[in-house]
Unconditional design. Structure first.
Lengths: 76, 477
């Protein structure tokens, strides 16, 4: 039973329960929406952060390895 | 005067007044929750902001002293618990003395506190205007025992119906049927049932959006349900506490929107434009204002009752000198405007809707739940202002002059500033409506003779161009 000393009403309590059930469903819809949005954002960010080979690169030239090519080949 | 147990409904404890101090007994099972709540950041913030009454747990020796008082002997026959002492609000005014604006402000504070408590894992177990008193024009939540630890899975706010009955539906009745909070709360402790409002509505009105959710649907559901169906009252729990909280936050949001939509608008009445329509010319009014200001400056009353405050001009004057003011008037529109002005300017004015000729009675069980106006105000004020009032009491209410002065002497501990209006005055004659002979013997000499029974006249001033004289009197010891 609902413990408490105040009159919880009858019609108003039923109405509150009905609206609560409806809002409860909204909670899961919102959760699902948030999950999908989160998923999309993760995928989008991953795509954005993955290194794509630029056609014309303005980036600084890569540091040239100080190890001689022959030594590198030997090591492999 | 001790009030042994005025609040007996809550099994968790009760509040009582003793020797001008306010105490609360808290039964042992409720003690941990209450103390934990009062220690939360939310509770401390509300206390600091003056929105929640401050509380102090009594030490053992203080409880022993309290226990030795014969007036509260019966309290100690109850189960174990602790005692708190609360800050005393100078003048408790009850919902039936509030204008609609104050009921609205009390509802706002209730919702604000309920929402904030939710974030701390607490809930309000009741939501009624009886939990609120006003410190000046600002509402203060005084029932600290209303807070209880929530079942985090419970999406139902138990006091929802009480909030609707005691805040929303009365405000709806004020707006739609021009009722006053007094019309509702003098006879109904717990507000209006939706079924009652439903009966007042026309067939089309029952389908209005606000009426549907607050009145019609609950009424239809109540009719459809079996009167003794216990299943309705079974607890409803949801799996996810976040879902329960989401539901409650959504509920509070809806209630806040309903409350905002029912915010009382400034009303017009026969008296609300008094400052523009009164019968004084500018020099007479300036003289009157100067006289009152000088009296207040000279005697520096800390607490002032402005009886017949009208639009509150002299209440603001008194508050401006640093006094705490209770501004009383019969006209709800005037009192509402006093409240709005006082709140806007941060003045210590508590406006109440009341007719001094029919002061609020003691109410509730054994007439002990709410004290009468006279019990609350007798000798509580350092000064009483009765400006442009006595002709209403003499003529409209047929109160004898001696009775009026005797009441003034009961209310004030010191100063009385009273305006005497001769029967030839235009306003006096408007009220007599052909019964002028009843007051034929009333003149300034008769007034002063009557006054000297209870007061020493310090000085008086005839207001130029009027049939009025203003008196500054000190109560005889």
């Amino acid at each position: 039973m609902i413990l408490g000393y105040i009159d919880p009403g009858q019609g108003m309590l039923i109405w509150q329960a009905i609206v609560s059930a409806f809002v409860g469903v909204l909670f899961y819809l919102k959760k699902t929406r948030d999950f999908i949005i989160g998923l999309v954002l993760i995928v989008f960010r991953r795509k954005k952060s993955s290194p794509a080979a630029p056609a014309v690169s303005n980036a600084a030239p890569q540091k040239v390895s100080s190890v001689p090519v022959e030594a590198e080949v030997e090591a492999r | 005067m001790a009030i042994a147990a005025p609040s007996f409904r809550d099994p968790a404890g009760f509040c009582f007044a003793l020797h001008d101090r306010i105490f609360r007994f808290v039964a042992t099972p409720s003690q941990p929750d209450l103390e934990a709540f009062l220690a939360t950041a939310t509770a401390k913030k509300f206390v600091t902001e003056g929105k929640l009454v401050s509380s102090r747990r009594l030490a053992e020796d203080e409880v022993a002293t309290l226990r030795s008082d014969p007036e509260v002997a019966d309290i100690f026959s109850r189960p174990d618990g602790i005692f708190l002492e609360h800050e005393k609000i100078f003048f408790p005014a009850y919902p039936y003395e509030w204008p609609a604006e104050m009921l609205w402000a009390a509802g706002k504070l209730t919702l604000e506190i309920a929402r904030a408590a939710l974030s701390e894992g607490y809930g309000l177990k009741d939501a009624t205007p009886a939990n609120i008193l006003f410190r000046g024009s600002e509402p203060v939540f005084v029932d600290v025992l209303s807070f209880e630890r929530r079942d985090l899975h419970d999406p139902i706010w138990k006091p929802y119906a009480q909030f609707v009955r005691t805040f929303l539906l009365p405000l709806l009745a004020v707006r739609r049927w021009k009722l006053s909070p007094a019309d509702i709360f003098l006879t109904r402790r717990d507000g209006i049932e939706p079924e009652e409002i439903y009966r007042w509505c026309g067939p089309v009105e029952k389908f209005g959006p606000r009426m549907l959710s607050m009145v019609s649907i609950p009424t239809w559901l109540s009719r459809k349900a079996a009167p003794d169906d216990e299943k309705i009252y079974q607890p409803r729990r949801v799996k996810d506490p976040a879902q329960a909280r989401f539901i409650l936050e959504s509920l509070f949001g809806r209630l806040a929107r309903h409350l905002d939509a029912l915010r009382p608008a400034a009303m017009q009445s026969a008296w609300s434009d008094y400052m523009g329509t009164h019968t004084y010319d500018q020099p007479a009014f300036a003289e009157k204002e100067k006289f009152v200001r000088e009296a207040l400056t000279e005697f520096k009353p800390g607490r002032v009752l402005d009886a017949g405050a009208n639009t509150g001009h002299f209440s603001r004057l008194a508050a401006g000198t640093g006094a705490e003011v209770v501004a009383m008037d019969l006209d709800a529109a005037c009192v509402g405007s006093i409240w709005r002005g006082a709140r806007e300017k941060g003045l210590k004015i508590l406006p109440i809707v009341m007719n001094l000729a029919r002061p609020s009675p003691a109410l509730g069980w054994h007439n002990r739940e709410s004290a009468s106006f006279l019990d609350r105000s007798s000798e509580k004020f350092d000064a009483v202002l009765m400006l442009a009032l006595i002709h209403h009491l003499l003529v409209t209410d047929r109160i004898p002059l001696d009775e009026i002065l005797r009441l003034a002497a009961e209310l004030t501990r010191g100063l009385l500033v009273i305006e005497f209006i001769e029967p030839r005055d235009e306003m006096f004659r408007r009220l007599t409506r052909g019964r002028g002979e009843l007051h034929a013997s009333l003149d300034a000499t008769a007034f002063e003779t009557a006054c000297r029974k209870y007061f020493d006249v310090v000085r008086s001033l005839a207001l130029p161009g009027t049939a009025r004289r203003i008196y500054c009197c000190k109560r005889k010891v």
